[in-house]
Design a protein around this ligand. Structure first.
Ligand SMILES: [Mn+2]
Length: 412
């Protein structure tokens, strides 16, 4: 005798998922989402109250068997939850950061979990996102939300309360610095939380989760690593695809992007065309950068800073963050900190990984400088936002002052 979950009934034929993960076809007519007891060929209704459904779900998750071992237990737990959710046809939303790493994560997870897919424009999960997600799934029971390559921060966490109050369960797959309170509210799969470096990117972790569920997407994993320039290594081909994805992401509208990303992965001609356009734009940017970049010696470091709006045209690829990355690569091995300013956003990059923790520097800036609204990122790449673009020059001054202090403290 096992329990089962009524997945759907149509013309007196029902699909029931048993707690050991089997799909059973049966005659009858039950309400979807009902928990039943299966006794040989007899089926009796238990209930459809939330407690019984949750108990069933926990049992089902426990019974899921995985292919091999995960990098850490939270990863296995997420894999089981995703598989169980897919089995019972639970409503799900997958939001992923709209860059190569996030996109690969979105593709990997949605290959094992049918879900509403949504590229995430900002690095935080906002009030607006929460209200939209609730609105989109308000008729479903206990929907699952999976957030990839963003969403570990305190700011995101405050909006998870709304989502959870509406009955959502949340999984966050990420490699950005995380907030302890957020880690308690969600099932967090974050490399930093497990003592792994940020090089285990969100897309890479997502590919590993899919692998535990029998989907081998190893090639995609490399593209995710390339997108975030991970030290775990990647092929030249993966690097090309990552750049093509970033380029497509930059120009696509948020709602319709997902299928284009899949096309880029499938269609080499399209990928190469996008790659060439992106590469051209980057080469052009490189030439302009040399012309306008300013430098300032701060302690052991040289700060390279530039106004991204003085290069190229507004709203065109590459964005200011990518420009900063480009310069960081040019200066590889040098003790350089790069700062790109544009509108309200200022982005830092490091040319020598690990030489200083940029996310900590941004924390200090947010705390000490009144016109800096918020910020975040990781050790090698971080950014912050100012109240108004007119504060841009003062912001650069503030960065120089605070950086000096910050470096002294790190040394001492
Ligand atoms: Mn990432």
């Amino acid at each position: 005798m096992v329990r089962g979950y009524v997945k759907r009934c149509f013309h007196e034929r029902c699909t029931i998922i048993s707690e050991d993960g089997k799909e059973i076809q049966s005659n009858g007519n039950y309400r979807e989402g009902t928990i039943v007891e299966i006794n040989d060929k007899d089926i009796s209704v238990i209930s459809d109250n939330q407690e019984d459904v949750l108990r069933f779900l926990n049992k089902l998750e426990e019974n899921i068997s995985l292919e091999g071992k995960g990098l850490f237990p939270a990863m296995e737990k997420a894999a089981k939850k995703i598989k169980a959710s897919a089995l019972i046809g639970r409503a799900a939303i997958v939001r992923f950061h709209n860059d190569a790493d996030g996109i690969i994560g979105g593709i990997a997870i949605s290959s094992v979990l049918p879900a509403f897919k949504q590229p995430q424009p900002s690095a935080t999960y906002t009030e607006r996102d929460a209200i939209n997600d609730i609105g989109n799934s308000r008729l479903s029971f206990m929907p699952l939300a999976v957030f990839i390559d963003f969403g570990s921060s305190e700011e995101s966490g405050s909006n998870y309360d709304i989502l959870k109050a509406a009955g959502f369960e949340i999984i966050v797959i990420d490699h950005h610095p995380y907030d302890d309170n957020v880690a308690e509210k969600v099932l967090m799969v974050n490399s930093l939380k497990e003592g792994l470096p940020t090089d285990y990117t969100a897309g890479y972790l997502s590919v590993q989760i899919a692998k535990l569920l029998g989907k081998d997407l190893t090639d995609l994993g490399e593209i995710a690593l390339a997108g975030d320039k991970s030290s775990l290594g990647y092929s030249e081909d993966a690097e090309k695809t990552a750049l093509a994805l970033d380029y497509a992401a930059f120009y696509s509208h948020y709602g319709s992007a997902f299928n284009i990303y899949r096309d880029v992965l499938k269609d080499k001609e399209l990928r190469d065309a996008l790659y060439r356009k992106a590469k051209e734009a980057l080469e052009e940017t490189k030439r302009h950068l040399k012309r306008i970049v300013k430098t300032k010696k701060v302690g052991e470091f040289t700060l390279y800073y530039f106004d991204a709006e003085a290069i190229g045209s507004k709203g065109e690829f590459p964005g200011s963050g990518k420009m900063a990355t480009l310069l960081a690569e040019e200066l590889k091995g040098e003790n350089a900190i790069i700062l790109a300013t544009t509108g309200k956003m200022l982005s830092f990059r490091l040319s020598k990984k690990g030489s200083v923790d940029l996310s900590k520097l941004v924390d200090v800036l947010v705390e000490k400088v009144s016109f800096i609204v918020n910020g975040g990122g990781h050790a090698n790449a971080a950014s912050f936002r100012i109240k108004d673009p007119s504060y841009k020059d003062v912001a650069v001054e503030a960065v120089i002052t605070e950086l000096e202090e910050f470096l002294k403290k790190v040394d001492g």
